[in-house]
Design a protein around this ligand. Structure first.
Ligand code: GLY
Length: 370
């Protein structure tokens, strides 16, 4: 068992990491809030495997718990679903001070977090993440949001949101045993990202323990979650509202968002981040921020973790560049990139020439493409 403390001017909270913790989640939550009405927003699939355990432990602790199931798809992370959740909370007579619990991955956490931030001007939120990505990243730091569908039908991701710090984050690594392997590996990409930003020792840990990690050895996985979450905690404590350093957490993401905009590539977010980490590393080598050996060690680690390091098929580089320019992290017309500096450090750079970005896309294209 481990507890990390997150100090925030808005609301300090603990992250509790413990295998089989779900069984006593109600008792843990009752230490921060008196037993009362609560709404459980839960991924429909996770409800089948873990929902009843959490509900029973909340009831045993004296909570009057209501349930709202969500099919975890980006299209459901919407104002419409938020509206249905507000209605369910009204029907269940939740009041100011009632708790919202989010059980699932990033989609459920972002949506339930947004509703918690806005229902009656804000009610306490408890994250119970069940994907590796949500455990080490999305549940920490208070970002909440829903996507927005424009009148022309286009989807703008995370357009409507708020910073709303949770009251508690409860992580049960054992829930990863029911997570599908592809989603699990997507979380590993975010762990590599955290290590590249701040902890070269964690890169070594990932490499040395790759087999145990892929086999979901819970002792090793718990250590990985603790170390990876600690990196995120340290960054969001120093820069809660992304005025500076927090942007480093977007390492690989400008490339990833461009890749994800090609829906027919059928690439999950974490896989796109993995390719993005490689592209950013190529640029760092070109800029003298990293040497070839360091870049190759990142590529070899991602391959060892069964993550992609190249696009699955050729995409015209001009189209990738265009998609990158649509990403929201453009500072006054220039592409702002996060680049690794050696291993375990990163920096924000906004003067990378186009040719170098093109070469990076070339390097992550299938061999002989373009
Ligand atoms: N996932 C990036 C952040 O929380 O800032």
């Amino acid at each position: 068992m481990a507890t990390l403390r997150v100090n925030s001017p808005a609301n300090s909270y603990s992250i509790h990491i413990e295998c089989k913790m779900l069984l006593r989640a109600g008792a843990l939550i009752s230490q921060i809030a008196k037993p009362q009405r609560a709404m459980l927003a839960v991924d429909r699939n996770v409800y089948q495997t873990h929902g009843q355990i959490l509900i029973n432990s909340m009831r045993d602790a004296g909570f009057d718990i209501h349930t709202f199931e969500i099919e975890a798809a980006e299209t459901n992370k919407s104002l419409d679903t938020a509206r249905s959740l507000y209605a369910a909370m009204l029907d269940s007579k939740l009041e100011r001070g009632s708790i919202v619990l989010a059980l699932g991955g990033g989609i459920v956490g972002d949506l339930a977090g947004f509703v918690a931030a806005t229902f009656m001007r804000g009610v306490p939120l408890v994250h119970v993440p069940t994907t590796l990505l949500a455990m080490v990243d999305a549940s920490i730091g208070g970002k909440t949001a829903v996507n927005f569908t424009k009148p022309d039908g286009g989807l703008v991701k995370n357009l409507v949101g708020a910073f709303w710090q949770p009251a508690h984050v409860l992580i049960d690594p054992a829930t990863l045993l029911t997570l599908n392997d592809r989603q699990y590996r997507c979380g590993l990409a975010e762990c590599v990202k955290h290590a590249m930003i701040a902890d070269a020792g964690l890169l070594e840990f990932l490499s040395e323990n790759r087999r145990a990690i892929l086999a979901k050895d819970l002792g090793v996985v718990q250590t990985l979650i603790e170390r990876s979450a600690a990196i995120k905690v340290a960054i969001v404590e120093r820069d809660e509202h992304e005025q500076g350093e927090r942007a480093l957490l977007n390492l690989g993401h400008t490339f990833a968002h461009a890749i994800e905009s090609f829906a027919d590539l059928d690439i999950h977010h974490g896989e796109a981040v993995s390719i993005g980490l490689v592209a950013a590393s190529h640029i760092s080598v070109a800029r003298g921020l990293m040497n070839n050996i360091q870049r190759d060690s990142v590529i070899n680690l991602l391959i060892a973790l069964d993550l992609p390091t190249r696009l699955p098929r050729a995409v015209p580089i001009a189209a990738l560049l265009q998609a990158m320019r649509h990403d929201k992290k453009i500072a006054s017309g220039r592409l702002r990139l996060i680049l690794p500096v050696g291993l375990g450090s990163a920096r924000i750079v906004d003067d990378v020439p186009n040719e170098i970005i093109e070469q990076a896309w070339q390097s992550v294209s299938p061999p002989h493409a373009n």
